[in-house]
Design a protein around this ligand. Structure first.
Ligand SMILES: CCCCCCCCCCCC/C=C/CC(=O)SCCNC(=O)CCNC(=O)[C@H](O)C(C)(C)COP(=O)(O)OP(=O)(O)OC[C@H]1O[C@@H](n2cnc3c(N)ncnc32)[C@H](O)[C@@H]1OP(=O)(O)O
Length: 306
């Protein structure tokens, strides 16, 4: 076991050193069609806002990385940083995760330009930030509520799965689910396991195979979300605040211990396997087949927009 781990650590270091090497399959370059998919490094300082209210014990984390809250490395680090900041305030017991983009998009999942023709030095760090975000949110001592006012595909769905409770706007145009298979990729095992835990094995099996994006009503039926907000009902923010208050009435130690019962094993599993997981991801995502499919998917997104 220890030999295996040290070999994989060596491979990760190798990946990092590959940074100066050009991506190997330049024939996949389709940048002329993909001009809107060219940004990479963000500035960390204006991607999320954390608003803590010591009086109510609730903090609200608003994501606003335009245009779609896709998860670049900096975005994931910013969300992780905000979760830790909220946790460091002992008066805060609950966190609402939401989007403040005018479009309402909750999160479009991983930033696709991080996966397509990736910067090889950045790729392992990008994936480690994704793992860390999962660990920070899924394992948070805070009660966490996802207030989902717009689409939440793939890693956007992961953000909500990592919360304790999910409230979604009942708008059939807003869909949620792990659609990775449609992009020619597959969710990592720890994310697939969250799906299985939340919607059950058979529902998850079919949805992972087909890359299903559920409408809010379908998501409610399979248990992917806990509550829907219809127009005319109280606002999604009010409902999230009410739910947060309900969680806060439970003694924190008991609440945290209850969370540990259902999540501890999966958190320990990834924590002990991060390097191998990163190594597998880097090898998988840079294969020619995956790169080609990602390129076509990006083109399809750009064309759809036109
Ligand atoms: C034993 C087996 C082991 C297996 C191990 C596996 C190892 C790991 C494998 C790899 C796993 C990788 C995991 C990936 C998870 C992901 O999250 S992948 C990302 C998936 N995301 C999507 O598919 C979403 C794509 N976007 C959309 O569908 C739509 O944009 C939307 C529904 C979110 C919103 O639609 P709409 O309101 O119509 O807006 P648009 O005009 O489409 O988009 C606005 C704007 O945002 C840009 N954009 C959208 N999504 C992304 C994105 N993910 N990344 C980057 N940019 C995105 C889009 O281009 C538009 O930009 P412009 O306005 O044109 O600038």
């Amino acid at each position: 076991m220890s030999v295996h781990v040290s070999q994989s650590a060596h491979k990760i270091q190798l990946w990092r050193r590959l940074g100066s090497v050009q991506y190997r399959d330049s024939s996949l370059l389709q940048r002329q069609h993909l001009s809107s998919f060219s940004s990479k490094a963000d500035r960390n300082d204006d991607l999320v806002t954390l608003e803590a209210s010591p009086d109510t014990g609730v903090a609200t984390l608003r994501m606003h990385r335009s245009p779609a809250n896709s998860l670049s490395m900096e975005m994931m680090q910013s969300i992780s940083g905000a979760i830790r900041k909220a946790e460091s305030d002992r008066k805060i017991q609950s966190l609402i995760l939401t989007s403040s983009l005018p479009s309402g998009i909750f999160s479009a999942g991983l930033e696709l330009t991080e996966l397509y023709q990736p910067d090889l030095a950045r790729l392992p760090k990008f994936w480690e930030s994704f793992q860390q975000l999962y660990l920070d949110l899924y394992g948070s001592r805070l009660s966490t509520i996802a207030s989902i006012g717009g689409p939440a595909p793939a890693a956007g769905c992961m953000l909500s799965l990592s919360c304790d409770y999910r409230i979604m706007t009942d708008n059939p145009k807003c869909t949620i689910g792990l659609n990775e298979s449609q992009l020619g990729i597959v969710a990592p095992p720890w994310l697939a396991q969250q799906y299985i835990d939340v919607i059950g094995n058979r529902n998850a099996e079919l949805a992972l195979l087909l890359g299903t994006l559920f409408t809010p009503q379908q998501a409610l039926t399979v248990g992917l979300v806990d509550e829907l907000v219809c127009s005319g009902d109280s606002s999604i923010d009010e409902m999230a605040q009410r739910k947060a208050a309900e969680f806060i009435r439970i003694p924190p130690k008991a609440r945290v211990a209850a969370k540990e019962l259902t999540r501890g094993t999966q958190i320990a599993k990834l924590s002990g396997n991060r390097e191998e997981d990163t190594e597998f991801f880097c090898s998988f995502v840079t294969t020619d087949t995956v790169q080609k499919t990602l390129g076509s998917y990006l083109e399809m997104l750009a064309k759809r927009k036109k």
